[in-house]
Write a protein of this length. Structure first.
Lengths: 97, 264
């Protein structure tokens, strides 16, 4: 959690005010749309990193995770969706044995 | 088939009443039969924005309580045929009417009008429930500020929870000079965050204040905001109108990109 906050604040130094507004909104809407707290989201994030890292080398710094809206199964209701943007650096070589 | 469209926002002061008045007048300019309903009981304002405040005899609560017939409470606009206003009560409160009352009232008005435009009060309580009860479409008004966008998100969720899936976003009071400097969220940022379809963008325009002073909605004149509302209205009735250039200087595509964000 602190790490995420720190990252936000250090980034903000070069950010324009509208980028700050957008990022703050994205964070606050996660809480508004679901009951997932930033702490839980941070935990989900670290677990995802752990699992994916078993198979591929990922760019942990630019990994993004957010709650957004997407169209549900009925085609008209929008449901909250967990979106993870995970940049892959390279696939890990497996010793197949 | 009549349309019942609620103009809502959650947050106050983002331009619901101004948008209702302008869209209403523009619909009448398109030759549609339109009735505007002010559901902000206790804080009525659509009458002054429309410039008909001196002609109110009966109001929506009188209609619902059976004090008068619906037609007696409707104020006919003297400038446009087919444009009427049903004013809110000023000395009552939101609990004076129920969602059921609104459904019944709109069913009656549907026989007479093609478009019923409902001006929703700020907030998410009784007044909101009343305003959306009869609506089959919604226009969510926001401004490029964190508080307004956050409230718009909440409202979109509540509209869907109440079965209104046809909702579109109107971004009001956009200042292109601030967007260019990176000091105001652009349209792309907002649409991206809210994940909702856009119906139009209205620039921040002093003509809105001037026309409201006079009680003559901006769509009647030649201002940028007025043109934006005319375009929004055409999209409401199903025409495909490209999003307008809010910038005086520079080419169309350049400023289009600036307003909407560089990635688009």
């Amino acid at each position: 959690m602190f790490e995420a906050l720190n990252k936000f604040f250090s980034k903000n130094k070069e950010q324009s005010s509208k980028d700050i507004a957008r990022d703050r909104l994205k964070l606050v809407l996660i809480g508004d749309r679901t009951n997932i707290s930033p702490e839980i989201l941070e935990m989900i994030k670290s677990e995802i990193i752990k699992v994916i890292s078993n198979y591929v080398e990922i760019d942990v710094e630019s990994l993004e995770i957010q709650i957004t809206r997407t169209l549900g199964d009925d085609g008209k209701t929008s449901v909250p969706a967990l979106m993870a943007n995970i940049p892959i650096k390279s696939a890990k070589k497996f010793n197949s044995k | 088939m009549s349309e019942v469209i609620v103009i809502t926002s959650g947050k106050g002061g983002v331009g619901k009443t101004t948008s209702t008045a302008n869209i209403g007048v523009a619909l009448a300019m398109e030759g549609k039969k339109v009735v505007l309903i002010d559901t902000d009981i206790g804080l009525r304002n659509l009458d002054v924005v429309m410039g008909v405040e001196n002609r109110i005899v009966y109001d929506i609560v009188n209609v619902i309580e059976g004090v008068c017939r619906t037609k007696q409470a409707l104020i006919k606009d003297k400038r446009f045929d087919g444009l009427f206003l049903l004013p809110a009560a000023q000395t009552r409160d939101k609990s004076s009417i129920t969602p059921e009352n609104m459904v019944k009232l709109c069913e009656e008005l549907k026989k007479e009008f093609e478009y019923i435009i409902i001006d929703c009060p700020a907030g998410i309580e009784q007044g909101f429930a009343n305003a959306i009860a009869a609506a089959n479409r919604a226009i969510v008004v926001t401004t490029p500020e964190v508080s307004a966008v956050r409230d718009a998100d909440r409202i979109i969720g509540l509209l869907e929870a109440n079965g209104i899936y046809d909702h579109k976003l109107l971004v009001n009071r956009v200042r292109i000079d601030m967007v260019k400097k990176g000091d105001m969220m652009n349209i792309n940022d907002i649409v991206d965050i809210l994940a909702v379809e856009l119906i139009g963008v209205v620039p921040d325009d002093e003509n809105i204040i001037i026309t409201t002073n006079r009680g003559e909605p901006a769509v009647m004149g030649k201002s940028k905001a007025g043109l934006a509302y005319r375009n929004i209205t055409k999209r409401i009735i199903g025409e495909e109108i490209p999003f307008m250039d809010l910038d005086d200087k520079g080419g169309f595509f350049g400023s289009f990109k600036r307003i909407f964000g560089k990635n688009n």
